[in-house]
Design a protein around this ligand. Sequence first.
Ligand code: NAD
Ligand code: TYD
Length: 360
Amino acid sequence: MQQSELREPRRIIVTGGAGFIGSNFVHHWCNQYPGDRLIVLDALTYAGNRHNLSSLDGHTNLRFVQGDICDRLLIDALLQEEAIDMVVHFAAESHVDRSILGPGAFVQTNVVGTFTLLEAFRQHWNQAGQPTNYRFHHVSTDEVYGSLGPDDPAFSETTPYAPNSPYSASKAGSDHLVRAYYHTYGLPTLMTNCSNNYGPYHFPEKLIPLMGINILMGKPLPVYGDGQNVRDWLYVGDHCSAIDAVIHRGTVGETYNIGGNNEVKNIDLVHLLCDLMDELAPALPVRPSRDLITFVKDRPGHDRRYAIDATKIKTELGWTPAVTVEEGLRRTVQWYLTHQDWWQPLLSQEYQEYYRKVYA
Ligand code: NAD
Ligand code: TYD
């Protein structure tokens, strides 16, 4: 018997469900739990894309609503008319470089938006008599823990917060609000802090799709600083299965760190990607792709190393990542090669202006 047959159908708002991880999560959830009702609430900012969900257009239990998580009236109405019992909250401004150019939107969406959702869900939960099966799942990042030295132990759930960018500071603010709503009001919250994701539907401004697309166009590959910064990389499907595990088996009020056990230096990752593109792309303007690597001015305040200690989610919930970085990168490269019609339109005038500002 499948897990979906053992459970009551849920009625869920997924915020940011047209973005990178949110849309992968919506695909995952619709496949695993087709009897659940899903309301995707997404403002369709530059990072949101209705096409990320177009293969689910015939799914009768899926409703898309274009709207802002700061719009309290809209959220109240959706919670009530859809009799929602769970919010899975992905919506955010998510790119560090954009947070350096303009932090205001990050405070608005990540802090004020999360506060607005929490307040609306608290009222809704109270009006329903505080049912114990309601959940508010907050999706967050390892970046709230700050930067590690080469020999520091990996981030655990008890590592003190030390955010360094406007992005991570605004996510830290939202995490603190979620924590406070559990401790003060008993709101049934769950929180996950995950490392760097990659995979299908990743917006071209982030490292892996940016490098892959630049290789296809024969453009320079801008590696920040000395390229020795370390990130822990997790295939997006593994992130979705981890959130699924936490929603179904996690303890209310708890935080779970999610990571891939894949610490890689940026320059090594770019080398891997170049070699994969040389192998898999039929025609490239420049070959070998490594010839395109260009070291550029470092990102201000660039965190040196992130690493996740995922012992808690492994021992308590039995979750481990299923996809190695080699396999995940191969799948990702193949996806971008066969989905040029998805990413070509994203290289818009707005994107070119953003690119000039960051890489000028
Ligand atoms: P993304 O930028 O690809 O998608 C964000 C989505 O949120 C977009 O669809 C956008 O339209 C929507 N959105 C933005 N502002 C909104 C608003 N005010 N109201 C409604 N919708 C709004 O981001 P992502 O990479 O998919 O990240 C999703 C979540 O996961 C974020 O909370 C992020 O902090 C977290 N996270 C990301 C990573 C990563 O590697 N990308 C790692 C760990 C955690
Ligand atoms: P990114 O994908 O922006 O994720 P984050 O900053 O949230 O970790 O960047 C991943 C790493 O790659 C980070 O150390 C910054 C670096 N990077 C570059 O070297 N060049 C680039 O053009 C980009 C976008 C990132």
